[in-house]
Design a protein around this ligand. Structure first.
Ligand code: FAD
Length: 313
């Protein structure tokens, strides 16, 4: 089913949704672990899950394979990311045809990041921007796919101003995108201002905040530096005394996510999109903290059940 239709239903019943992002692991063992994890996360009934497309198309075959299994074997509504990086139109068509033939109805259309250490370049006969990809999908596949696109509350790193970036975001929506998922952020005020600016230029579709629970101090610093994400001073102050204690950092990450999520739900977002980093404990604890999951859904993860499963959960 198309995610946009599912979002509409949730809106009508006034219940917030959540969704989980995963990336293709590097080893076959990692892939198997991911399938096991998807099976467990099914218990939480996410509105959808999504599978990233490795930088420069590096995981295309695996992304397609995992997306297909998630959709058809695990029974999870699945959105496949697709980028323009290093993709001639023929390969884009191959990926979209494959997705369509396996029953995937949802695509996150992106320009993509360049392979590590390189600058982004449009290839001969390829697309320059995500808007071109959205336009192409609509032209070739009509309304078959629900299309989402990326939004940047702090502006995309290549863009000269936030205003210009929002103009290009509107171009993606006008080209046929159904909803927006944002880059991660840690300052909810920035997200709320971004949504208001989007609304003021006529972007009326759902804008779903991308949320990443902090897992380790070093990972958090690396990720926010890489994505040039602003971190409010109070968060750095709270992390400073616990930064060498991974368990405490994780606990703080959960508390912070619960606080942020409450604020965002009060602001009126339709749902919360979690960047899981292929992990599950923190997201589960955030959902528990928000009372979005029932005791029944959590019972397989209680200590006695975990020890029966060899503490893997
Ligand atoms: P675009 O919307 O095309 O924008 C790219 C830049 O060009 C922006 O600076 C924009 O302002 C500018 N621009 C747009 N249109 C024009 C125009 N007409 N003229 C001039 N400038 C223009 N990357 C991956 O490789 N794989 C993934 O799976 C992946 N998943 C992601 C999921 C989410 C939710 C997000 C937020 C990002 C993801 N990314 C992923 C990262 C993304 O690919 C990069 O941020 C990339 O640099 C930009 O992609 P985009 O689709 O936002 O590009």
């Amino acid at each position: 089913m198309k995610i946009i239709d599912k979002i509409q239903k949730k809106k009508e019943s006034n219940t917030p949704f959540y969704s989980f992002e995963y990336f293709p692991p590097k080893t076959m063992e990692g892939v198997q672990n991911l399938y096991d994890r998807l099976g467990r996360m099914l218990l939480f009934e996410p509105l959808f899950i999504d599978i990233t497309w490795g930088a420069g198309g590096s995981t295309s075959a695996l992304t397609l394979e995992i997306a297909e299994k998630a959709q058809n074997v695990c029974g999870l509504e699945t959105m496949m990311h697709l980028t323009c990086t290093n993709m001639p139109v023929s390969e884009i068509i191959y990926a979209l045809d494959k997705a369509k033939s396996t029953g995937i109805r949802n695509i996150l259309a992106l320009r993509g990041d360049p392979p590590r250490g390189e600058e982004w370049k449009k290839i001969e006969g390829g697309f320059a921007y995500a808007a071109d990809l959205v336009r192409f999908i609509r032209e070739k596949y009509g309304d078959y796919f629900c299309i989402s696109v990326a939004g940047y509350p702090e502006g995309h790193s290549d863009c000269v101003s936030k205003e210009e970036d929002i103009r290009y975001l509107k171009e993606k929506v006008d080209a046929g995108a159904d909803f927006i998922i944002t880059q991660l952020f840690y300052d909810c005020d920035i997200f709320c201002e971004f949504v208001e600016k989007c609304r003021s230029v006529g972007i009326n579709c759902p804008i779903i905040p991308g949320i990443m629970p902090i897992q380790t101090y070093a990972g958090f610093v690396r990720m926010t530096t890489l994505s040039k994400t602003k971190v409010p001073q109070y968060i750095m102050d709270n992390l400073e005394p616990i930064k060498d204690n991974d368990e405490e950092v994780k606990k703080y990450g959960v508390r912070l996510c619960v606080e942020m999520s409450k604020r965002l739900l009060d602001f009126g977002v339709e749902g919360l999109h979690f960047y899981t980093l292929n992990l599950e404990r923190s997201v589960r604890k955030v959902l528990k903290g928000l009372q979005l999951v029932t005791p029944d859904q959590l019972s397989p993860f209680l200590p006695w059940a975990q020890s029966a499963a060899g503490n893997r959960l």
